[in-house]
Design a protein around this ligand. Structure first.
Ligand code: ZN
Length: 675
């Protein structure tokens, strides 16, 4: 069947979550007046309105939503229409108690909160599908609806009996026989062998779970995570297809949450027309981490994405909800655009009067008018974005790929030993941070990514090496690629059983090392590594005790009984090379290794000059658009590379006395023929 081309955005969507249903009618007109002053051109509506638009099983009520859609259409808004299925209506729970979730501790939930629908409840599915269909039937032909927003922030888990039954079906499909399943989960250990599919129970606190992040059998727990992710993905696909029946060409998304652990977003993105996400850094989140999340969201489809939510000022749900300082929201917005977003949307447009998000920032504050600092900043950004449609659809070229993989995320953090503090995202970020500070563009890629596109592939803590991955990496290196991997790599297969025959298992021959033992250091302990040039650095947490099998040693441990053994190695393999980092290095030491890696891989920063500014660019057919942002406290000089150019945001010519204060942003276009 020929697929109809999806409609593209024709401007940068600027707006956010808008809930006029929570307000009396006269407030709506005031909203329209105020939003216009901020050049707001888009609204995400109907996100939590299930109880409003379906007050009972038998009745739909669309009068109010009709009125909202009509008002926004008249104002030529780009409407992001949600399907409202992320919070259950009370009547449904009363009539069908099975629709709610059972939690990790086995507690069956009553009506309340959101994230409370069992993804495998046929009743929930039936009603969610019907609602999505009703909405699409009614609004699918409205040309102002430029995006469908299915559900909201899918997440959480369910451990109910329904899910247990569905899990068994999922497992039967995957393993075919109980022999295969028993082997995959290594159930002979502790004699947990099952002889009937019905003997399999969900791995929560009442089963194999040992606290939410530990398990007696990682095999079943990892499979449960895959199953839970798939179950919710089925919910998404069901609503997506219901919408698609009546609306053939509008983009369909749902809002993801960066490095959220529960769902395999690479798998999800394949089913989405466009990725969108909600960006809520904490007051102390490094800017390199928000940059990484943006790159991950772009990497899911290798395409520009939508920023569905950010706060204009503060959050409410973090422990310390500091205000965004003057200029910070603008700088964060440009960072998001620089890393691939084609929209800037806020949660929320008007600050709600009650419930748990009343302290969550908004474009219109509780005071109710536009004479506020936050509004002025929103309005300034709106005015600027109106001029920047040229960025729509442009790319972020990069020569470095960093592998991010949800199976590894789950498996690494389920391991019992060798070290409880080893966490996946932190390890990936430790590597990403280097490239961020050097202004070297990075793609976040899956384990089945096209490695050949990159001069350098980073695979830190590639603990689980699934079928075909080692072979693909070998091909990549043989053909001249540079691969970096690290401690806790190549250890297990996709069922969390060890690749026998010596670590790092299938990576051993290309890395040219054999890891005989892994030492774990407590937080107060460290070792030291000494490089060939005599420089010394500390290392922590884990130390691989390894032997060279063709690789050369770049640094050795200098204390404890393994002093003199290699800690960091490099192996020539085919036309390429593999670096193996056998311990958790302090930042400066990792920088030193990666300096050598990038030099050998011929990977270079966006500009030659060294600077503390964040510099990123997006590229269209005709130009490179540079975003230069100061996220550090001290004022920074503009790199010479940009002197004489015009700042597209201020319209000013940039001379060599130009400096950027914290959160200042400059945007420059350079035609491609000049590069
Ligand atoms: Zn369930």
């Amino acid at each position: 069947m020929e697929k109809k081309m999806k409609r593209k955005f024709t401007r940068i969507l600027y707006g956010g979550d808008y809930n006029p249903n929570q307000w009396p009618r006269e407030i709506w007109d005031e909203d329209m007046r105020i939003f216009k002053k901020a050049r707001i051109n888009s609204a995400s509506i109907n996100i939590f309105s299930w109880a409003k638009i379906q007050p009972s099983e038998e009745t739909y009520y669309f009068d109010e939503l009709d009125e909202i859609v009509e008002m926004l259409s008249k104002e030529k808004y780009d409407i992001v229409m949600a399907t409202s299925t992320a919070a259950l209506p009370a009547w449904m729970v009363k009539r069908y108690p099975e629709v709610t979730r059972t939690d990790y501790y086995g507690r069956k939930h009553k009506f309340g909160k959101r994230h409370n629908a069992c993804p495998n409840s046929l009743v929930y599915q039936k009603h969610a599908k019907a609602l999505a269909e009703e909405l699409a039937k009614r609004y699918g032909g409205n040309k102002y609806i430029t995006c469908w927003h299915i559900n909201n922030e899918y997440g959480g888990e369910c451990y109910c009996e329904n899910c247990e039954k569905a899990f068994r079906v999922w497992l039967r499909k995957k393993y075919k026989t109980l022999e295969a399943l028993n082997k995959a989960w290594n159930l002979e250990f502790w004699g947990h062998t099952v002889y009937d599919w019905d003997e399999i129970v969900l791995p929560n606190a009442l089963g194999e779970g040992m606290g939410e992040n530990n398990t007696a059998f990682a095999g079943i727990s990892i499979d449960y995570r895959r199953f839970n992710s798939d179950s919710m993905l089925e919910n998404f696909k069901m609503e997506r297809d219901a919408v698609r029946k009546y609306d053939p060409d509008t983009l369909i998304t749902n809002n993801l949450m960066g490095t959220y652990k529960g769902l395999d977003y690479f798998k999800w993105a394949k089913e989405m027309d466009i990725v969108s996400w909600d960006n809520y850094p904490y007051y102390n989140t490094p800017w390199s981490m928000t940059a990484m999340c943006n790159d991950l969201m772009r990497g899911l489809k290798g395409q520009p994405f939508m920023l569905m939510e950010q706060t204009p000022s503060q959050q409410n749900w973090q422990p310390y909800n500091s205000l965004k300082r003057p200029g910070q929201m603008r700088a964060q917005s440009y960072q998001t655009i620089a890393h691939g977003s084609d929209t800037i949307q806020f949660f929320q447009l008007r600050r709600t009067v009650g419930a748990c998000e009343k302290f969550h920032g908004a474009v219109i504050a509780h005071v109710g008018h536009e004479n506020t600092r936050v509004f002025r900043e929103v309005a300034q950004l709106g005015k600027e974005l109106e001029q920047l449609d040229r960025i729509l659809g442009s790319n972020n070229p990069s020569k470095v790929g960093i592998i991010f993989d949800w199976d590894n995320y789950w498996a690494l953090e389920y391991t019992s030993g060798p070290h409880k503090d080893l966490t996946y995202v932190e390890q990936i970020h430790n590597c990403y941070r280097y490239f961020y500070h050097k202004n070297i563009p990075v793609d976040m890629i899956p384990t089945d990514g096209d490695f050949g596109k990159y001069d350098l592939v980073m695979a830190p803590v590639l603990y689980m090496v699934k079928e075909g991955v080692a072979e693909a990496l070998e091909d990549y290196v043989k053909n001249g690629g540079t691969l970096v991997t690290s401690f806790m790599s190549g250890i297990v297969d996709e069922s969390d059983n060890v690749h026998l025959g010596g670590y790092p298992g299938p990576l051993r021959s290309m890395a040219g090392v054999w890891v005989e033992e892994i030492d774990a250091l407590a937080p107060e302990q460290h070792n030291t590594v000494v490089f060939d040039d005599g420089s010394e650095y500390t290392c922590h947490m884990l130390c691989d005790l390894m032997h060279l099998e063709g690789a050369e040693s770049l640094a050795e441990y200098s204390s404890d009984f393994y002093a003199g053994m290699p800690a960091i190695t490099r192996n020539q393999y085919g036309r390429g090379r593999v670096f193996y980092i056998g311990t958790n290095l302090e930042e400066k030491a990792l920088d030193k290794v990666l300096d050598q890696v990038t030099a050998e891989a011929n990977v270079s920063p966006v500009i030659d000059e060294s600077t503390k500014l964040e510099i990123t660019y997006r590229e269209s057919d005709t130009e490179k658009m540079y975003f230069i942002i100061n996220f550090v406290e001290d004022e920074q000089p503009l790199p010479k590379f940009f002197v004489g150019r015009k700042d597209l945001l201020s319209g000013k010519e940039l001379d060599d006395s130009m400096t950027l204060k914290q959160y200042d942003v400059v945007m420059i276009s350079i035609p491609k023929q000049e590069n």
